[in-house]
Design a protein around this ligand. Structure first.
Ligand code: CA
Length: 218
């Protein structure tokens, strides 16, 4: 699950990225408004965390730019405690939620999860597809009620399928959503992960759509 973290305070941005990585998301850090708007509109993200006070282009302008492009990715804005009018303007411009600084990472993670649940149409923290279930709160997967022991990358693959249940997902897209951008990406590794996930659950759980990619078949 790719998360764009837009925060010009480098230390805070890194803390947010670490917190997201600890729950198996794939954060990328952007430090100014121009870079953020470019990346938000040129790549696919599951969620965007957007600081309002940014160099080069302010966060509200970035937010409006994203929505003007017709992109409806959930956006959580970060703002200073005393900037009520900015928060209201942000919500009116299409932000889905906000947090005031300083905040606890556990609250940020909880709000990110809530937005992802809403975006995928699930109100529970547990997503179920046939015999497969995924608890987004504990990052645990079960198959026919039995816990499946997955590596972090295998979990990321399953989570991405569970959040996109009807979609045929090309390998390249899967790679983008499980690895950090600076990682040496190799789309062949996806086949290995899929193979292991099938072995740990069922050979039918993810089907190969010839020439196009993979699709959840739970
Ligand atoms: Ca700032």
């Amino acid at each position: 699950m790719k998360v764009l973290v837009v925060e010009d305070n480098i230390q805070l941005g890194e803390q947010i990225c670490e917190a997201l990585e600890s729950v198996e998301w794939v954060p990328e850090h952007s430090q100014d408004g121009i870079d953020a708007l470019y990346r938000a509109t040129s790549e696919e993200w599951e969620i965007i965390i957007l600081d309002l006070g940014l160099p080069k282009l302010d966060g509200l302008t970035v937010l409006k730019g994203i929505r003007d492009e017709g992109i409806n990715t959930p956006i959580i804005i970060l703002s200073a405690r005393d900037s009520l009018s900015q928060r209201i303007e942000g919500l009116n411009a299409g932000a889905d939620d906000y947090l005031t600084k300083p905040f606890e990472m556990v609250e940020l993670i909880a709000r990110v999860r809530a937005q992802l649940r809403r975006a995928s149409g699930n109100t529970s923290t547990v997503i179920k597809m046939g015999d497969l279930s995924l608890d987004t709160r504990t990052s645990k997967v079960t198959w026919q009620g039995v816990p499946v022991n997955l590596t972090a990358l295998e979990y990321k693959v399953v989570a991405y399928f569970m959040h996109n249940p009807d979609k045929v997902i090309p390998r390249t897209e899967l790679v983008e959503h499980i690895y950090k951008q600076d990682f040496d990406r190799d789309s062949n590794t996806v086949d290995v992960f899929i193979g292991r996930i099938r072995k740990k659950t069922s050979s039918e759980v993810i089907k190969t759509v010839r020439g196009l990619g993979y699709q959840l078949n739970a």
